[in-house]
Write a protein that binds this ligand. Sequence first.
Ligand SMILES: [Zn+2]
Length: 434
Amino acid sequence: MIQLLEPRWLLPIEPWSVVEDGAVALEDRRIIALGNRRELREKYPDAHRTVLPDHVLLPGLVNAHTHAAMTLLRGFADDVPLMTWLRQRIWPVEGRWVDPDFVTDGTRLAAAEMLRGGVTCFADMYFFPAQAIEACLRSGMRILSGQVVVDATTAYANGSADHLQKAARVIEQYRDAPGVHFSLAPHAPYTVSDEVFVSLKVLSEELGIPLHTHLHETVDEVEESITQYGVRPLERLDRLGVVDPHFMAVHAVHLTDDEISLLADRGASAVHCPTSNLKLASGVARFADWLAAGMRVGLGTDGVASNNRLDLLSDMRLASLLAKGSTGDASVVPAQQALWAATLGGANALGLGHLIGSIGVDKSADLIAVDLSDQDLSPMYDVASHLVNCVDRHHVSDVWVAGRQVVRHSELVDEDPAQLRALATTWQERIRSS
Ligand SMILES: [Zn+2]
């Protein structure tokens, strides 16, 4: 069955244009045509037509870094810096509570929140990834499942060798699952040894999947690395040969000019998580400089425990504003660039740019419609500017992932909101009582 989506405005992202009164034709999971509405109606006279009279249709947003299951820890640890947050709040509560049920339920809630906010794909990094994948298969959300590796014993595995073995098993089990993609996710340079980074680099090349790690998040991390290894973390990893086009550095708050050039030269990606960096007082990443250097960039929310939401639209707006404020240059990160980073930029970072991130023929039909009829959004002179500077996630009305509609009239098609609230409350009571 062919479907025709007929929005008031169409924003394919690449090539950049705003098409008025256009249409997109979908068949099964894919986009088969886009362009002039009248021509597409003539070409596909029997198609099922969905008119979106006040809407802009664009590719689904790509959340290039999160820890989905941590949605169960929303607001659990505010007002502390990263290392206190991790060592005194997050690691103890995770040690007590993280198990397959925590990940199943936390990821289900995360997927619900992200889909309603226009995010159709996310890069995850968490324990029990098989449970996160199962939650996504049920919700219809696309996932880049990060196979977490740390040298320590966690609720999930004992040391890096066990984490690696489990990673191989999960990848084997779900390699043909629809909408499921993988990365290798060594947690950070301060929790993973040289030897393990090297073996993960070999594996990422073999499998052709990203290597996704936290990097240069805080000044302390950089200084501790100099004390322990004699070099900054990025230089350490580069000497190991890890920094290549598969490499995804998350945060990268503290980069020198040379380090920005190095990441750009190696074809590596960096993921900007502005809210998390502000909340944990880690600093402000040099996002405008990344873009100017031609680095591959994506945007992420990070986990709910350090955001406290999975709202990529608001992180996109913040990324644009912070870049302007921190450089004193109002011309940096205009709406077009911010939208690109939140869609195709993120897709490229995840190694999925061939499949998602823009509206093009043969790409997956991962699409969102944003309703611009709200009085608070008028008048409107520029659709792209509105998406970045005015719209919030409650204006997202309809969402499709691989052609399947998962949000209709701002409500999830396959989830009952009362059930989701009850699930969150159950965990809140459990965790609070511990
Ligand atoms: Zn993170």
